[in-house]
Design a protein around this ligand. Structure first.
Ligand SMILES: [Zn+2]
Length: 101
């Protein structure tokens, strides 16, 4: 089955990057609104475990916009205010909109 058909098949759960988890619902809503306002397509924005390594990073993986993930380290998210986190996400959304892969 091709990846597009697989992703749209509701009987088959989407495989998310291992070691990642969703943001809180309110943050996810805020990011979805930000993505819509910027016209950027990202499948999902998730946290990855970076506390042990003190990893302060955000990046995207995936070539197909609706299957693309933006990953933000939990260490980075821990140390940013809400407006700072939004700026980081907006920066990455700019890359998504411009297809800077
Ligand atoms: Zn950048």
């Amino acid at each position: 089955m091709n990846p597009l058909a697989q992703a749209s098949n509701p009987k088959r759960p989407r495989r998310r990057p291992s070691g990642t988890r969703p943001f809180e619902f309110a943050e996810s809503l805020r990011f979805a609104s930000l993505a819509a306002s910027l016209g950027a397509k990202v499948g999902e924005i998730r946290l990855y475990a970076g506390r042990d390594q003190h990893s302060a990073n955000a990046f995207q993986i995936g070539l197909i916009p609706r299957l693309r993930y933006m990953l933000v380290s939990d260490y980075f998210a821990d140390h940013l205010s809400e407006p700072e986190l939004d700026v980081v996400v907006a920066h990455e959304l700019g890359h998504a909109r411009g297809n800077h892969l």
